[in-house]
Design a binder for this molecule. Structure first.
Ligand SMILES: [Zn+2]
Length: 204
């Protein structure tokens, strides 16, 4: 494995804390998911590939240049994290999870291009001021060419997106925020909306 500079301990702990939370909810099965935090204008701390996201330690988070190439040993999805930081300077943390609701709905709703929810109080978790609103969570196609996919993220999501997250079809949820706490709240809020939407479809 390439020796990369370790991330500052405070940042590692923020990432590890989210990892423990996500693992406790069953959102990162089989070493899936990846997490990152911005360190400054030029650098971000990103989880390495293939690690148990519920037991992240100091050696599991590397510091990368936001404008640089992805070194060996990093997750194939690292370019998506870096694209989000490059496109929007307000983004301070990006968390990616593989939940059942997000995976199922992103397959079912891919032709529509988004999962649309209406009237939920939980819309307030992503910054809306009333439940009398509609949220559209974009769905991007999944692809193993993650450099191409990062280009799609830039094209489709870009700066100041109205919803702080998107789904990759048949894959999972990406969400972000200005801080790790904001990103966690957005993951929880969006996942709650997806779980409710899936439950409603079942009852229909
Ligand atoms: Zn993934």
């Amino acid at each position: 494995m390439t020796l990369l500079p370790a991330a500052p301990p405070k940042v590692v702990e923020e990432i590890a804390a989210f990892g423990r939370f996500a693992a406790s909810r069953g959102w990162v099965p089989a070493t899936s998911g990846n997490f990152s935090c911005r360190i400054d204008e030029f650098r971000a701390a990103v989880t390495r590939s293939g690690i148990d996201k519920g037991a992240i330690g100091p050696g599991d988070v590397a510091m990368l240049a936001i404008d640089g190439n992805v070194p060996a040993g990093m997750s194939a999805e690292t370019p998506l994290h870096l694209a989000l930081y490059r496109d929007d300077p307000a983004i301070g943390a990006v968390f990616h999870v593989h939940t059942v609701a997000g995976t199922v709905l992103s397959r079912r709703e891919e032709p529509a291009g988004c999962v649309r929810t209406d009237g939920y109080e939980m819309h307030k978790s992503i910054g809306l001021t009333t439940h009398e609103s509609t949220v559209e969570i974009p769905i991007l196609p999944n692809d193993q060419d993650t450099v191409w996919l990062a280009g799609e993220v830039s094209r489709r999501i870009g700066r100041a997106a109205p919803v702080p997250g998107f789904l990759l079809a048949g894959h999972g949820l990406y969400a972000w925020g200005a801080t790790a706490a904001d990103a966690r709240r957005h993951v929880e809020g969006l996942e709650f909306l997806l779980a409710c939407h899936l439950e409603e479809r079942r009852l229909r």
